[in-house]
Design a protein around this ligand. Structure first.
Ligand code: ZN
Length: 384
């Protein structure tokens, strides 16, 4: 087994405060030893032990691979026309999901797989080394199960989101659809999923329905996460906290009790600024959450309707510019925060024992991710 010495790292973000300075655990003029795909040693370049092979970072900044804890990559079709109409003044509504459902049902497994492969590769080029992928555009037993089987080829972080929206054929009887989701659909999907998710929002599923979905998922061995409080205030955030969800995602409209529940339970608030950007909506108040002591993750929510970006660097830049986060807070949320949202301790940091997924920026500092928005700064991904 060969060891790799990554050396001449101008600025290394470890997210390990015991290894370096501040919450990001920054080490300057650093080196990392990788063995068996794991970080085996971290320190200054001058004190690095010998290794079999070398990688010269040339004074650039290195950080842990991004952990994108929220994406919807299994779909077919394109909603550029809807985006254009929205930019001309039309409002975003949850029902647009149905457009993608029709295209996804009509696609072959090969087409769906090729689409996910393209987006996962696009993500990796931008530094994402762990991604969560949801179903939710099939909404039949067959189409949800095959969506998850496709997702499983690319990641272990797969989420059953049969309760994304009520499909048109069940519009007259949403409870019958919830019974399908919590019954035969869950049974077909659970073998391919780690997580259960529900869109608890006006126009999607109410609190009682969401509770049934999460309870059925838990009984099938899936762990809960929730989409909530995206389009208005609702019960989803507190429900997520109550059932011990690892994360509740969107969190745009929160009252003080929601914020207190997030702080007290440790449920991660995953903010998805690509959505607010792409729907021209008000951003969530990250500063309020951070000041209250809530753990924040940033994720892309990559999907064809409300946020068709795969770029975590873009999300970091938006979080800093639009949501009151510092560059350090945003980088932490896009790496360690995402890992918390997926309840993972092996990714999102570069402490000894972590999975060795190192992103090399063509920049001297992680700050450039926000300082130079839209610039392809990720020049290499080592390991991961
Ligand atoms: Zn989503």
């Amino acid at each position: 087994m060969t060891s790799l010495l990554v050396t001449r790292i101008g600025e290394l973000v470890t997210n390990d405060p015991e290894t370096g300075e501040g919450p990001l655990g920054v080490v300057t003029d650093a080196a990392v030893i990788v063995e068996h795909g794991r970080v085996a040693w971290v320190g200054t370049a001058g004190s690095a032990p010998a290794a079999d092979t070398h990688y010269d970072a040339g004074g650039r900044a290195v950080l842990p691979g991004f952990v994108d804890s929220h994406s919807h990559l299994v779909f077919a079709g394109d909603r550029a026309a809807e985006f254009e109409a929205r930019m001309a003044g039309r409002r975003y509504e949850a029902g647009g999901i149905r457009t993608t459902v029709a295209a996804t049902r009509a696609a072959t497994d090969e087409q769906l797989t090729a689409g996910v492969a393209r987006l996962v590769a696009e993500m990796r080029r931008q530094g994402t080394t762990t991604v969560e992928v949801k179903s939710g555009y099939g909404l039949t037993v067959r189409d949800e199960a095959r969506s998850l089987a496709v997702a499983r080829q690319f990641t272990d972080e797969t989420t059953f989101l049969g309760a994304h929206v009520v499909p048109p054929e069940h519009a007259d009887d949403p409870d019958a659809y919830v019974a399908l989701v919590t019954g035969p659909m869950l049974e077909a999907c659970a073998p391919y999923a780690r997580w259960i998710d529900v869109f608890c929002e006006q126009g999607a599923f109410d609190a009682d329905q969401a509770r049934r979905v999460l309870a059925a998922g838990a009984a099938a061995g899936l762990r809960p996460r929730v989409h909530a409080n995206q389009l208005g205030h609702g019960p989803g955030v507190r429900l997520a906290c109550e059932v011990g969800a690892a994360a509740v995602d969107h969190c745009t409209f929160l009252d003080d009790r929601d914020v207190a529940a997030l702080r007290d339970t440790g449920t991660v608030a995953t903010l998805l600024p690509g959505v607010e950007f792409s729907t021209r909506s008000p951003y969530p108040d990250a500063r309020r959450l951070l000041d209250a002591g809530v753990t924040i993750a940033l994720a892309s929510d990559c999907n064809p309707g409300s946020s068709f970006t795969s770029s975590m660097p873009f999300c970091v830049a938006l979080a800093v510019r639009e949501m009151g986060m510092t560059p350090a807070e945003a980088v932490w949320a896009a790496t360690a925060g995402g890992a918390r949202a997926l309840d993972r301790d092996d990714v999102g940091h570069l402490g000894v024992g972590a999975r060795a997924a190192l992103v090399v920026l063509d920049a001297p500092s992680y700050r450039h991710l926000a300082y130079r928005p839209g610039v392809p700064l990720v020049v290499d991904v080592v390991g991961g």
